[in-house]
Every structure is written in C-alpha cells, then in structure tokens.
Design a binder for this molecule. Structure first.
Ligand SMILES: [Zn+2]
Length: 316
C-alpha cells in the first residue's frame, strides 16, 4: 500500500529547501547556468546510446535513511556527510530510423537552484533538434526526469510520442491520491499531471513488459514511485539495462542496498525492487546505466561481499 506520509515524499527535507513551487533556497549554489554540454556515447549495435548530463544534484546525507552503518561507510569511502553529488542524466537512443529520448532532465523547474536544464545544450552538441525526437520514454514522473518535457510552458518535443507506464500516470493523475498527499507534495502532482496534459493525445501508457521501441522493453520496478520503469535495451550486439532511479548514490546504494531514500514513495518496496534487480543484473553481468550513477553511468553492478559494487566500463 502506498503511504502518503511526509517522509514518503522526502518532505522531511523541506527545511533544506527542496520544495517545488515555493521560494526554495538552493542547497548548493551553482554559479553558472552556461555550463558546457557533457555527453558520452556507446554503441549497442543497432542503437547508439548517449548519456547527456542535465545537471548535478547535491544529495546530502539527510536524503538517505540508515544510521551509523551509513555514516561509517561514507567516512570509510572519504565521502563527506555534507554532500553526495549525483548526476541527473538523460539518454539519447538513436538508430537508423529512430530518435528516442529517455527522460528529459529538470528543464526550467527550480527545485535545486540554477545549473540544470543542460539537456538542451547536450542535444544541440549532438546535432539533434527537439523536433527530431520521435519518442520520449519517461521512466517516472519526478521533476528531474520530466521537468524538461515542457519548457516555457510549451511541449519541448513537438513531434514526440510520450511513453510511460500506466501505473505511473495513474498515480500522478489520481485526484483522490493528490487530495490525500501533504501540502508540500502538491507541486509534484501539479507538475506531473500538467506535463502529461500538455502532451495530450501523444501520451501512450504501457503495461509492465511492453516493447516500447524495437528491442526496448519497459519493466515496472515499483517503490521509488508506483510505476517506476526500467528499460532493457537490446541493440543486437549488446544489451544494457537502464535502471533509472533504482540507485541514487552509486557508492552507497550498492554497498548498502537496503538504505532508504527520502524521495521514495514507498521505501520498503523500493528496497525490495532494488535487491531483486541487483540480484538479476549481478548474476547476468549485464551492462547497466542509470539516471544517477556516476556520469555517464555505463558499467556493471557486481557482487562484493554481502552486497554489490558499481564498476564503470569504458565503451566505444
Ligand atoms: Zn531521479
């Protein structure tokens, strides 16, 4: 059962400034909005996947649950308690006849201050126009993934079909769910529902296991959000699992995978989904990438002692 508590939305963090639609104080002052684009690509066979850095979010210790075990791990790794910076990555997936975007970054949504929305510059650097994008696959409807879908009030990708899981859309457009949610979560619901509305008839809702593009399958891995989707991308030569927000810290969440994250809608279910997926991808040794793994996020999650570790891979 989904529990709409303040904690469920990470809203115990509100004092730190993470409040949408309010006069939030950025946790971390980013001095330039004109940062150069950062992109890194890999061939998967029929597809080329390119990670595009939208921004870096300064996740601090309070975003993560857990006690002394977490503190001791961070200290042992030289990770300061004040910040665990996490990239926000979107991915371009290109084939001979398709231009697909996986998530769209933060756009002009102000939740963490300036310095986000670099997806636009990243696409330009790759020679891709917004109008070239035929499909946007949305892993889930949080602002760091859908914020860039609507820019200055209009759909940023005028020709794109917007694909997401039916469960994800159902949660964020459920009036009763929104009414039951705390005041601080209203901005999240409004942003998600408004974005889906902006794409109107171009929204396609899919079930768990649906093939959303040739060789690309969406699997619902719930908990972080009720319809949180991960993607198995099979380009023929290589397979890659895009694990979205299964991981919010590549270091901490692999070493201590039972650590809850403040923005999980259902923390216990998110942990269960993380453990199940880690078990699978570690035994398959499949390539992975993710929204918040160390940029560009290409690598493997492998067993290490009782837990796991993220091992980056350099791919051409
Ligand atoms: Zn995220």
């Amino acid at each position: 059962m989904t529990m709409l508590s303040r904690r469920a939305f990470g809203l115990s963090l509100a004092a730190g400034g993470v409040v949408l639609g309010a006069a939030a104080t950025p946790l971390f002052a980013q001095t330039s909005t004109a940062l150069p684009p950062a992109v890194a690509g890999a061939s998967l066979g029929a597809y080329r996947i390119t990670a595009i850095l939208d921004g870096i979010v300064p996740l601090g210790r309070p975003f993560f649950q857990g006690g002394e075990e977490v503190d001791a791990f961070l200290a042992s790794e030289g990770l300061g308690p004040e910040a665990l910076p996490a990239p926000i990555s979107a991915f371009l997936l290109q084939s001979a006849d398709r231009t697909i975007l996986i998530d769209a970054g933060m756009g002009d949504v102000e939740a963490f201050g300036p310095g986000f929305g670099r997806l636009t510059a990243g696409l330009a650097a790759l020679g891709v126009e917004a109008s070239d994008v035929d499909t946007v696959i949305l892993t889930h409807a949080h602002p760091d993934h859908l914020g860039g879908l609507v820019l200055a009030g209009v759909p940023a990708f005028p020709n794109a079909e917007l694909v997401l899981s039916e469960a994800e859309s159902a949660f964020w457009t459920d009036a009763a769910m929104q009414a039951a949610a705390p005041a601080e979560a209203q901005g999240l619901f409004q942003l998600a529902a408004g974005t889906l509305q902006a794409y109107g008839t171009r929204v396609t809702l899919v079930q768990d296991g649906a093939e959303v593009a040739p060789g690309v399958t969406l699997h619902v891995s719930p908990g972080h959000t009720p319809g949180h989707g991960i993607l198995l991308i099979d380009g023929g030569d290589r397979q890659m699992m895009m694990i979205a927000d299964t991981v919010h810290s590549a270091d901490l969440h692999t070493a201590l995978p039972e650590t809850g994250f403040g923005f999980d809608v259902d923390t216990a279910l998110a942990i269960q989904s993380r453990l199940r997926l880690f078990d699978e991808i570690a035994s398959d040794k499949i390539l992975v990438t993710g929204s918040h793994l160390h940029f560009p996020g290409f690598g493997r999650i492998l067993p290490a002692g009782d837990a796991y570790r993220f091992v980056p891979a350099t791919l051409g």
